[in-house]
Design a protein around this ligand. Structure first.
Ligand SMILES: *Cc1c(COP(=O)(O)O)cnc(C)c1O
Length: 642
């Protein structure tokens, strides 16, 4: 690595949050690796150039299925190690919680690799279960059904058991148990040999997680049965003679669990509950510890919301050790552990490539000749001019404060009609010149005061970026969740600009102004200067979990184009290209009928032809244009190729 590339790698924190999947190559391009330490890599800039030749323009969602495989292996290996180290007698398997990303390519890839370790699926709704029932799983893998259920949902779960899947219905409410027992009875009466699903119960733990999803755990949680409800389930099962169906205990204390201490105490509590139920004589053999393994989005390795103060091995050690300890203490067998981690598996594999379309001017630019101030100018303008001429490293703070006052006065005088529009313009240009100089001096100091931090934010560039925050990174908008953002090229040159990113929606919330940082949250991102006619691409990374499925249609921006990339010896292979939503797709979703819109449009044109305001030729052209545009991409055409 050259010194510059090393510095830039550090600036963006690539080695902190990248989990070994990302690096910068000699050309200064961002590269993706299939696993940690793998020297083979795919050059993102080359991929984008390739796709553009096929007419696929940004924004483009790139999927690297191999990164799902690597994450599966990482977690599987970690648990294998812990099980060996602590002489744990149970097994460890995973089920993929489909809600994290139901995309077919993601689920198929998960199952393809996961089958080697009997990893299965977790469905939380009828639609997810419907897909899961027909997905190819390994024979011994599990299908765990969570979520609130009605009879139809439970019926579907029963069909799974009858076609040979190892289905667990996790009881979240007592009423679900009654429906399940009723259905079991009906089926057994008709088909005595039918296999039935096994049952689990979701336990409400006293322990809570930490971070944004803390509410998922604790006494007031939305999910789970209380102790008295659990005892009632056991009673009803015994009464129905079906106690042997109860095989699993489940809990999930939230997503993105940032603090390992909380995880440990939840494990201990759950293990106690398991042990006590086991001691009553119920044949529970699985302890489903839910999901929640956090992704270290900012790379700080702390219990900060967008981070995690543990890695996979520590997580596995703590889970295995805590459960073993309590089971040994209570003299019950070690349960098989089911883990439902989704975020950890899926986050790394997807990224959105966007192009910066333009810069939005916020501060007043000096378009005309340099400012000349004469005796006739108003006093306030003359003072601003003086400040600008004499501001320096020693007085910048005081001069900046004076300039703020002068600007107030400038506006007051303008509003009172005392100065002209030109005077106001002159004053504004001078004011921003002073700000830029003050910023320059302030940033040279070791300690930058809050006031000048604020000024930097005010002065920073706003890069208009071709995507929708609401579609592609909704958690940044809704939860202030951070995602790493890095240019995919020019990384052998130092970025010289400070910028925030504005998306192309008509919403002032459609903006990214918080960025990952090792020690804090960065309010501006270091980026390169835009060059006319040249593309500038950024990657918004680690968006494979939740973002795609939570993204919405704000402003009718649709799914971006998508490409599936395989990394190999020669770099990469583009395996699949899927076109993003068109205007017609999005309008259809909003319940418009495209044919109807086009018919109405034609009627407008025909009226104008009748009134002889449009020629036949013009009319045909207009109609053709309108009809053809129904198939365009919802995002902007990159400005470097109009
Ligand atoms: C959401 C959810 C998960 C997945 O959580 P992650 O944080 O993505 O690992 C697992 N289990 C249940 C019951 C869930 O609701």
């Amino acid at each position: 690595m050259t010194a510059v590339i090393e510095q830039i790698t550090e600036k963006y924190g690539i080695e902190n949050w990248g989990a070994g999947y990302f690096s910068i190559n000699r050309k200064g391009n961002l590269v993706v690796h299939a696993s940690e330490g793998d020297t083979r890599g795919a050059d993102l800039k080359e991929i984008v150039d390739d796709l553009r030749k096929r007419g696929i323009n940004p924004p483009i969602l790139l999927r690297f299925p191999q990164l799902i495989v690597s994450q599966i292996r990482r977690l599987q290996r970690a648990f294998k190690n812990s099980i060996k180290e602590y002489e744990y007698k149970g097994k460890h398997v995973c089920v993929y919680p489909m809600k994290v990303n139901q995309n077919r390519a993601v689920v198929e890839e998960y199952l393809k690799e996961g089958s080697k370790y009997d990893f299965g699926l977790e469905a939380g709704s009828k639609a997810e279960l419907y897909a899961a029932l027909a997905m190819e799983q390994s024979e011994d893998s599990l299908l765990v059904v969570n979520g609130f259920k009605d009879e139809e949902f439970i019926q579907l779960a029963f069909t799974g058991a009858r076609i040979g899947k190892r289905v667990f219905i996790v009881i979240e409410k007592l009423s679900e148990l009654d429906i399940t027992l009723k259905l079991a009875n009906e089926i057994k009466r008709k088909y005595p040999h039918a296999s039935l699903p096994m049952l689990g119960i979701r336990v409400k733990l006293y322990s809570k997680g930490s971070g944004k999803w803390e509410k998922s755990g604790g006494e007031a949680a939305k999910f789970g049965l209380t102790t008295t409800e659990i005892l009632e389930v056991i009673r009803r099962l015994e009464k129905a003679g079906q106690s042997n169906l109860l095989r699993l205990l489940h809990f999930h204390i939230g997503s993105q669990l940032t603090d390992i201490k909380r995880i440990k105490s939840a494990m201990r509590e759950a293990a106690r509950v398991y042990a006590k139920i086991r001691q009553i004589g119920l044949p529970i053999e699985y302890l489903d510890v839910g999901g929640g393994m956090a992704v270290d989005y900012d790379g700080s390795k702390t219990s900060f919301e967008s981070s995690a103060n543990y890695n996979a091995q520590e997580f596995a050690n703590d889970v295995i050790y805590s459960i073993k300890n309590i089971c040994d203490d209570e003299n019950v067998p070690h349960p098989n552990i089911i883990q439902e981690s989704g975020r950890y598996m899926a986050a790394y594999h997807a990224m959105l490539i966007v192009n910066v379309q333009d810069e939005i001017e916020t501060v007043v630019e000096d378009f005309a000749e340099p400012i000349v101030v004469t005796e006739d100018d108003p006093q306030v303008v003359k003072e601003l001019y003086d400040l600008r001429e004499h501001i320096n490293a020693k007085n910048y703070q005081e001069y900046y404060h004076d300039a703020l006052e002068n600007r107030e006065e400038l506006f007051t005088m303008f509003n009172l009609g005392l100065i002209s529009l030109e005077d106001r313009g002159k004053g504004e240009v001078l004011f921003w010149d002073i700000c830029e100089k003050a910023d320059y001096f302030a940033q040279k100091k070791k300690y930058v005061s809050e006031e000048f931090d604020e000024l930097r934010r005010l002065l920073c560039a706003k890069y208009l970026t071709n995507f929708s925050v609401f579609r592609s990174v909704p958690d940044n908008w809704a939860l202030e969740q951070l995602f790493p953002i890095v240019p995919i090229h020019k990384l052998n040159k130092k970025p010289t600009e400070y910028a925030t990113l504005c998306d192309i929606t008509c919403d002032s919330d459609g903006i990214i102004e918080k960025f990952v940082d090792l020690h804090d949250v960065k309010r501006v991102l270091e980026l390169h200067e835009l060059e006319k006619g040249e593309p500038y691409y950024l990657a918004i990374l680690l968006i494979g979990a939740y973002q795609e499925v939570m993204g919405n249609n704000h402003n009718l921006f649709g799914f971006p184009h998508e490409a599936h990339i395989h990394i190999d010896e020669d770099g990469y292979i583009i395996k699949k290209v899927l076109h993003g939503s068109t205007l017609a797709d999005m309008l259809t979703q909003a319940r418009y009928d495209i044919a109807h819109l086009q018919e109405n449009f034609r009627r407008y044109v025909e009226k104008k032809v009748k009134e002889e305001e449009l020629s036949k030729k013009e009319a045909n052209e207009l109609i053709e244009l309108y009809e053809k545009k129904a198939n365009s991409y919802t995002y902007l055409l990159p400005n470097y190729q109009k």
